[in-house]
Design a protein. Structure first.
Length: 617
């Protein structure tokens, strides 16, 4: 063969090299990840051949990757003791594009402007060719593992041609020499190289050295059988991968071969950054292909609400040259995501059933994430609903009840799941709306987090049972007659109600005699199925012009105060004192609800009522 025989690059390679050579993409360190990945493939292949053929040449060679440099020549060297390449393989592997993914990349990059082109380059693994982003010329020395195979030198300066010639190389493997551009000298810095290797390749199964110093690495235990691992192995791996001294709260190790092959280890931290006031924008799961990191903090393999989960997902079915845009629509990624989310939620459900204390710690840290999931993950909404926990009117101390338990313990003939909203348990315990529920032995869920009501609104129902606000006007808890028609609901009481309607006018939607009240004099209830008062307050904070929905005012004819007002109205229906009491009665409830904006008129009125009461003592 003639020395320095020249070859033409495949047309797609020419296009790719032209883009890379003239790009100014800022994340150029991707080239080292790609070279190491190729070296790992070569080492895996020769490892397999060694198992089959112990008589193979260079059997004694350590399987490793060496990175070195010659600063005087601006040269970076990446060398492996892998399977090596013949002349034909150099032409096939380096001179042509065998992967359709790279062709697709070229198609997409041709449809974008220059700024978008530069951005796409870094998001799309372009294999060996990415080295031309930093190198003005590349030499590849390679010798195949095949017996009596010669060694060859591949050269290219990134133009339209490359050359191949015979050379001398004693041992099997591939040595890539990058003659760096003068502005790329940072890649001759040992610390820079170490940082890149530790970021992308710290789990590769072969040792990597930089200038004869071994890079710290750890075995990719996610690829090992679960039976060979102990809890300590998982904890050590988590501490190493997350650079923490804190052990995880729990973990799950997954392996699947169909429909997509992947291995994963997912961890739940023992503490929440968001509870500490640190907003975590990046998800915690990294996407790997063949133990090489292809996407740090992948947003595609885990839904947003599970961003607190940390760990790795590794699939050999996902090529390294997959772009961020392609990942978003890749069926393999979507299949992995569905499988992982289902298994993870199943794991939480098992913990809730078998290790309540551990699940309660997880709930304490990440409950808002689960609630967020109800509103965003329709496919898993029912399963997430099984994880939700609440305080209720029948729980004591810090006991929490889930929806399944609530339904099992529902009162006879109860057809709805009742809830009320508020800032704390103490204030909800004094809510007059709960009096009838306590009398009937019916539990009411306490929604203490503003997000809870949004969750309930998205769920709509659970196990066929609809959710109902305890303050709703249309609640019927028994078979008693309609309001105003039962025992104690006299004509005189109804006359007071009609009087109150004229006094209140447009301030309320209606006035009624109440069947729900036991000890309280009156209550404001919701006329329809709109938001709770708690949610309305939030809406008011967001929009100062928001107008609170008009409520129905119910009065309890059995309460001494209302009975006295009935008496006064019967004997003196035009009494000014009765009018004052009537207005104050409503304002008292508005004060309790925290929605009064006329305090300047209320306070003097209260003082007048107090003065008259004092004179009557």
């Amino acid at each position: 063969m003639a020395k320095g025989e020249k070859f033409e690059f495949q047309s797609e390679v020419k296009q790719l090299l032209d883009i890379l050579v003239y790009s100014l993409y800022k994340h150029k360190d991707v080239f080292l990840r790609e070279l190491i990945s190729n070296a790992v493939d070569a080492l895996n292949k020769v490892q397999f051949e060694l198992l089959k053929n112990s008589e193979m040449e260079d059997v004694q060679l350590d399987l490793q990757i060496k990175i070195s440099m010659v600063k005087a020549d601006n040269k970076l060297i990446v060398e492996d003791t892998g399977i090596g390449m013949t002349k034909e393989e150099l032409i096939g592997n380096i001179g042509t594009i065998a992967h359709s993914g790279t062709v697709e990349f070229l198609k997409r990059i041709g449809e974008t402007d220059q700024k978008q082109r530069l951005d796409l380059i870094g998001k799309f693994g372009v294999g060996f060719y990415s080295s031309f982003m930093v190198a003005k010329e590349i030499h590849i020395y390679s010798k195949s593992y095949q017996k009596d195979s010669g060694a060859y030198l591949w050269k290219s300066a990134g133009g339209s041609t490359y050359s191949i010639e015979e050379t001398v190389k004693k041992e099997r493997g591939t040595r890539i020499e990058l003659f760096l551009k003068k502005e790329e000298k940072e890649f001759l810095d040992k610390d820079t190289l170490r940082r890149i290797v530790e970021k992308h390749s710290k789990f590769v199964p072969f040792p990597i050295t930089i200038e004869n110093e071994k890079v710290e690495s750890m075995e990719a235990i996610w690829a090992q059988p679960k039976s060979s691992l102990k809890e300590g192995d998982y904890v050590d791996f988590y501490k190493f991968a997350q650079a923490t001294q804190e052990a995880p709260e729990t973990y799950i190790h997954l392996s699947s071969d169909a429909p997509v092959q992947f291995n994963a280890i997912l961890f739940v931290p023992a503490s929440s950054l968001e509870l500490l006031g640190i907003v975590k924008h990046e998800p915690g799961v990294d996407l790997f292909s063949k133990k090489i990191l292809i996407q740090k903090a992948s947003k595609e393999v885990m839904p947003e609400y599970l961003r607190f989960v940390e760990g790795v997902i590794d699939s050999e079915d996902i090529p390294l040259n997959i772009s961020r845009e392609t990942i978003q629509s890749d069926r393999r990624i979507e299949s992995i995501k569905k499988h992982v989310v289902k298994k993870l939620l199943d794991h939480f459900l098992q913990l809730k059933a078998k290790d309540k204390e551990k699940f309660l710690r997880i709930w304490g840290n990440f409950q808002r994430h689960f609630k967020e999931g109800v509103t965003t993950d329709y496919a898993q909404r029912e399963k997430i609903a099984d994880l939700l926990l609440f305080r209720s009117s029948q729980t004591e101390n810090d006991d929490l009840v889930d929806l399944e338990r609530y339904v099992k313990e529902m009162a006879k003939d109860q057809k709805e799941i009742f809830y009320t909203t508020g800032m704390d348990v103490a204030s909800l315990e004094k809510n007059p709306a709960l009096e009838a529920f306590r009398k009937k032995g019916i539990a009411v869920l306490y929604l203490l987090d503003p997000l809870d009501e949004i969750v309930i609104d998205h769920l709509r129902q659970y196990k066929g049972m609809t959710f109902k606000l305890a303050e709703s006007a249309d609640i019927k808890l028994d078979d008693e007659p309609e309001a105003g028609k039962g025992k104690g609901f006299s004509k005189d009481a109804q006359n007071l109600v009609d009087y109150l309607k004229t006094v209140y006018g447009e301030r309320v939607a209606d006035v009624r005699l109440s069947r729900r009240l036991v000890d309280s004099a009156c209550i404001l209830v919701h006329a329809g199925d709109g938001p709770s008062l708690q949610m309305e307050k939030i809406m008011k904070m967001v929009n100062k012009d928001y107008a609170f929905a008009k409520k129905i005012f119910e009065v309890n004819p059995h309460h001494p105060l209302i009975a006295e007002m009935v008496r006064i109205h019967k004997v003196q229906p035009d009494s000014e004192d009765l009018k004052t009491l009537s207005i104050q009665l409503l304002d008292n409830m508005l004060l309790r609800e925290g929605i009064v904006d006329q305090v300047d008129t209320i306070v003097p009125r209260i003082q007048d009522i107090m003065l008259k009461a004092a004179r009557g003592i």
